[in-house]
Each structure stands twice: as structure tokens, then as C-alpha cells.
Design a protein around this ligand. Structure first.
Ligand code: PMP
Length: 442
């Protein structure tokens, strides 16, 4: 039986891997079941250890904008593989990759490749501190920027799910250098600037939040952040690990027309291999070693397989705005279908969507920040997730993660979750015994 095989693997995994997984959200704890173990994936589908096929709305948490195992990306990896897997010396492909990113991202004049989004944000913060000569950073409650110490203060994503926003192991010193404002609330930013202005090196923000679930910026919010940063000589870091190359060819900065000083990237730029990057204004990036004094390095950074996959991915996206049009069409059809479904169901629900990223919150909303996101009924989300899974649709296993649509999702891949959602929501509405208690944060 299928569940047994995944469960058996999980049992073995728990013996030798902390919590049985290599990244917390994969353990499915927030939805109260054992995780699926995946054997393979193609297009919009993943197959579990038993060979059962699911329509996938996780998309590896972002990279799979074209769908899984895209033939052109696999081809590029195969070609690179024949030439060797790592040299620790520069390659032409790294230059072409940097040129391509610079040509796509309006705010990026120079870029350094790393191996994950976490490395990108961690390095960007170090650079911002060095450039400004200031220590503090400002972030937003519920935003997630990877697992570096400075960011694990009121963080979103897995940290939100587990209610452990301040991880043990993060020192008090680091915590006091991190200030938290409220997303979409420019007054909360102003207040912190009034108190700490001349000590703040950078404000880092997910321009469209993905890690409290999907939350778009209010009109003017990013522009106001930009002007405050300029006035106070604070660097503006746009964390585009999730949004970069997804919401538009040039990322959220192109969609919302704002101009950050530094940009962090990941996910899509690796084509599904482990890649991150940080870039931005030339005068800031020129401070990075070996040209400048800010040390940052990586044995596998710019790895030839990862660069080949990422370059192919960006080339496909750069030459085909049609991909973005298709993504918008498909995602809008899914949104329209789901909204139609809600009409017949007596439950407080809020659907947030920007392009191919969306979240169904189990709260009346509007959901505009962490305060409003955490009012969601996570028990109900868990039931919804499990019901959808039974109907072979895989959504993020947490209320506080967003779902991703890919260019390979077909009309049927959209119609089926809409039908399934109707059944799942009706099942929830019928269960009067379900707890409606909001998530309790310590
Ligand atoms: N920034 C954002 C906005 C993210 O969503 C994530 C991961 N989901 C990260 C940084 C960290 O990236 P990684 O998991 O590759 O370290």
C-alpha cells in the first residue's frame, strides 16, 4: 500500500536525519500526517514512492516555473555533465550567466553567485553593513529570508508554522541588531527609523511576501520604503528569491517599478539545482572580495551543472514573455474557479494571488500582514490539505506557504483542483466539531 511505503521511508529517515527531513516543512507536521516521499516528477505531476501521481502545486517551492524535468533544462545539464561536474576555477558560463541576470534585472549591475537563497541574503546583509558602516537591519514580521541568524527573529515560513520565531542558538546580540516592522505598514517603518535611523544598515523585504502565504504589497508601500531608505542612507534590499523571474521577466522590481540597492535571488535562477545570487549597485558590489574587503566565498559557487541549468532556464524565460502570459492566464482561471466555488460554501476564506503564486487563507481577511495571516484557522487548512491530497492534489503542507502554478499546468490540472476544493470545503463546512481556534504564537 502506498501510504505504508512513504511511512516506512519516514520511519527509517527519522533514525538518521533530524526530524526525518532535510528541510522542516517537508515533514508535513503542520498538516498532521506523514510526508510523501517523491520518486520522480514530470511537468505538473509528481509521483510518490508507491507510484501514485499527484498534481503538484508546490513546484519545489518556486524553481519549477516551467514544470518538472523540462527537456531543455535536462539537456543543458546533460551537456554540462559530460565536461565535468566542478572545477573550482572560473568558466565562461558564469560570465554569460551574470550578463544575462544583469540584462534582466533592472537594479542589478553586478552579481555574485552562491549556492542557496540563505547564502544570498546572509551575504547581502554583510555587504550592506560593510557599505554603510552600520550594524542594525530591519525586516518585516513574518517574512522569511533563509535561516541565517539575523533573520530568525519573527520569521515566517517553517518558523511560523512551528511557532518558533526565535530559534535557540541565535545570540541575544544578533537578535538586538534585527528590528521588525509590519509589512504594508509604512508608519511602523517610520517609527523604527525615528528610534534607530542612523544605526540601520539595510531594510530587507520580500516585495511580494510568500512566507506568510502570499501577501501582495499595498500600492505605494515599496515606493515609500524606497524614499525612506534614500532619505536615511539605508540600503534597500529586495529579497527576490521567490519572486525573481517569476512574477515578471525582471522580477517584482519590474512589476512594481521600484529600484532596490541590492537584490537577492535563488530558486528559478538555478533551474532546480542549488543556486542563489546577490547583486545590485556596482559601487556596493565592488566591495566584495577579492576586489574589496568584504569576504564571501564558495567552493561550489558558480558550479557548471547549476549554471547550465540556470542559464537554460533564464534563456527560455527571457525569450518568451509568452510564458508569463500563459502563467497569468492559467493562474487566473484557477483563481476564478476557486472564487466561484467559495460562493456556495459558508466558511471565512481569503484568496491572495499575484501571478502564479497564491494562498487560500482560512480567515475572513483581508490578509495584508502577519497579524492578519495568523488569524487563519490552521486546523481547517490541515483538513483541506488532507482532503485535497486524497484527491491527488498536492498543496503546500502549511497555511503559511504559498502555492505555485507552472507553465506546464493544463486546463485539466486547473479544473480538477477546483472540483476537489468544492468537495474539500463542503466537508470542512459540515464538520461543526472542528476547532476554529487561531494559531497561538508563544
Ligand atoms: N528568501 C526568500 C524570500 C525565500 O522564500 C527563501 C526560501 N524559501 C529564502 C530566502 C531562502 O532560500 P534557501 O531555502 O534557498 O536557502
Amino acid at each position: 500500500m502506498k501510504e505504508k511505503k512513504s511511512s516506512k521511508l519516514f520511519e527509517r529517515a527519522r533514525e538518521v536525519i533530524p526530524g526525518g527531513v532535510n528541510s522542516p516543512v517537508r515533514a508535513f507536521r503542520a498538516v498532521g500526517i506523514d510526508p510523501l516521499f517523491i520518486r520522480r516528477a514530470k511537468g505538473s505531476y509528481v509521483w510518490d514512492a508507491e507510484g501514485r501521481r499527484y498534481i503538484d502545486y508546490i513546484g519545489s517551492w518556486g524553481p519549477m516555473i516551467l514544470g518538472h524535468a523540462h527537456p531543455r533544462i535536462l539537456g543543458a545539464i546533460r551537456r554540462a555533465l559530460a565536461g565535468g561536474t566542478s572545477f573550482g576555477l572560473p568558466t565562461e558560463l558564469e560570465v554569460r550567466m551574470a550578463e544575462l541576470i544583469v540584462s534582466r534585472m533592472p537594479a542589478v549591475e553586478m552579481v555574485r553567485m552562491v549556492n542557496s537563497g540563505t547564502e544570498a541574503t546572509m551575504s547581502a546583509i554583510r555587504l550592506a553593513r560593510a557599505f554603510t558602516g552600520r550594524d542594525k537591519i530591519m525586516k518585516f514580521e513574518g517574512c522569511y529570508h533563509g535561516h541565517a541568524d539575523s533573520f530568525l527573529i519573527k520569521a515566517g515560513s517553517g518558523a511560523a508554522t512551528f511557532g518558533t520565531p526565535d530559534s535557540p542558538g541565535v545570540t541575544k546580540g544578533v537578535a538586538t541588531d534585527t528590528l521588525n516592522a509590519r509589512f504594508n505598514d509604512i508608519d511602523s517603518v517610520r517609527k523604527l527609523i525615528e528610534a534607530w535611523g542612523s544605526e540601520i544598515a539595510a531594510i530587507i523585504v520580500e516585495p511580494i511576501v510568500g512566507n506568510m502565504g502570499c501577501i501582495p504589497p499595498k500600492p505605494g508601500f515599496l515606493e515609500e520604503l524606497r524614499s525612506l531608505c534614500t532619505a536615511e542612507k539605508i540600503l534597500f534590499i529586495a529579497d527576490e528569491v521567490m519572486t525573481g523571474f517569476r512574477v515578471a521577466p525582471g522580477g517584482a522590481q519590474q512589476l512594481y517599478r521600484f529600484h532596490p540597492d541590492l537584490v537577492t535571488m535563488g530558486k528559478i535562477i538555478g533551474g532546480g539545482l542549488p543556486v542563489g545570487a546577490y547583486g545590485g549597485r556596482r559601487e556596493i558590489l565592488e566591495m566584495v572580495a577579492p576586489g574589496g574587503p568584504v569576504y564571501q566565498a564558495g567552493t561550489l559557487s558558480g558550479n557548471p551543472l547549476a549554471m547550465a541549468a540556470g542559464y537554460e532556464m533564464l534563456s527560455i524565460l527571457a525569450n518568451r514573455t509568452v510564458v508569463y502570459k500563459k502563467l497569468e492566464r492559467t493562474s487566473r482561471a484557477l483563481e476564478d474557479g476557486l472564487r466561484e466555488t467559495f460562493k456556495g460554501v459558508d466558511l471565512p476564506l481569503t484568496l491572495n494571488r499575484v501571478g502564479s503564486m497564491f494562498t487560500l487563507f482560512f480567515t475572513g481577511g483581508p490578509v495584508t500582514d502577519w497579524e492578519s495571516a495568523k488569524k487563519s484557522d490552521v486546523e481547517r487548512y490541515g483538513v483541506f490539505f488532507r482532503e485535497m491530497l486524497k484527491m491527488v492534489i498536492i498543496l503546500p503542507p502549511s497555511q503559511f506557504e504559498e502555492a505555485f502554478v507552472s507553465a506546464s499546468h493544463s486546463g485539466d490540472d486547473i479544473a480538477r483542483p477546483v472540483r476537489a476544493a468544492r468537495k474539500a470545503l463542503e466537508a470542512i463546512a459540515d464538520r461543526s466539531t472542528l476547532s476554529s481556534a487561531p494559531l497561538q504564537r508563544p
